[in-house]
Design a protein around this ligand. Structure first.
Ligand code: DGL
Length: 280
């Protein structure tokens, strides 16, 4: 657990079911290097993608509560499944009752805000977990912000396990990557921008680009989430002032810290040491 001195800090919490949120953390850290961060991966219960609304909400709430206990005032759900299934309830029901001064933000809105400028045909594709796609969160947000766009979505239930099991750059991944690209393009052949609506998927980007026609742009969300966080901190000085700034990142996982460190080091290209915690 975090010791007393560390607790004086008020880091920004970054949460994902597993490793995927590291793709968001990496972009946030490079844009906003001065803040302190805590990354929490609920690897023991990942993947979340096929789980029910109730369970994703319960797990996400527990993770957010743990991050609040570590003195985070601002938590980013760097997970589309949690953003799709738990964010609204946490923001509208939990925070006002239990932590009115704390904030929880997701990744779907910032991604959707950026997509309007990235398509010329007005036809956009979305890849995501079964949970994210079934929730229709992207369709709903795109309809609100860019009602002129056509959206086609495809659930890719095998992609997260390929990443979590370090198979994302191996030949076995080819079949599942090609299959979902073909399915999506059959749904709409005019797509020219595809949102990777799962924070694990940037790890598959070289495979995705290998099977995708060259005219289609792939939208990884980390950069947009980072820019949106920067803008949020600028617009909310009352939160920004309270975030500590020593440039540290601490990693926590609910499963083996050795396994987490090994795979996270690959994701982030630096040596990562994680600590194990229990949040249920
Ligand atoms: N990174 C999560 C997301 O963005 C992964 C979901 C999962 O655990 O299945 O949706």
């Amino acid at each position: 657990m975090i010791n007393g001195t560390e607790k004086q800090k008020s880091p920004i919490g970054i949460f994902d079911s597993g490793y995927g949120g590291l793709t968001v953390l990496s972009e946030i850290k490079s844009l906003l290097p001065n803040y302190d961060y805590i990354y929490l991966g609920d690897n023991a219960r990942a993947p979340y993608g096929n789980r029910s609304f109730e369970l994703v909400y319960e797990f996400t709430r527990e993770a957010v509560r743990w991050l609040f206990e570590q003195n985070c005032r601002l938590v980013i759900l760097a997970c589309n499944t949690a953003s799709a299934k738990a964010l609204r309830s946490i923001q509208q029901i939990d925070l006002p009752q239990t932590n009115p001064a704390k904030r929880v933000l997701g990744v779907i809105r910032p991604t959707v805000e950026s997509v309007g400028a990235l398509t010329k045909t007005g036809h956009v594709g979305v890849f995501g977990t079964s949970g994210t796609i079934k929730s229709q969160s992207y369709d709903i947000e795109i309809a609100k912000l860019h009602p002129q766009l056509q959206v086609a979505a495809e659930a890719c239930p095998m992609w997260v396990p390929l990443v979590e099991n370090n198979e994302f750059d191996k030949p076995g991944a080819d079949y599942f990557v090609k299959k979902h690209i073909d399915n999506l393009l059959k749904k709409d052949g005019q797509i020219d921008a595809i949102i990777l609506g799962c924070t694990h998927y940037p790890l598959l980007i070289s495979k995705i680009e290998q099977f995708l026609p060259k005219n289609i742009r792939v939208v990884s969300q980390g950069k947009y989430v980072a820019e949106s966080l920067k803008d949020y901190l600028h617009r909310h000085p009352e939160i920004e002032k309270k975030c500590s700034k020593n440039g540290t990142v601490n990693f926590f996982t609910t499963d083996s810290p050795e396994n987490f460190g090994e795979l996270a080091s690959l994701f982030l290209n630096e040596k990562i040491e994680a600590q194990k915690i229990k949040i249920d």
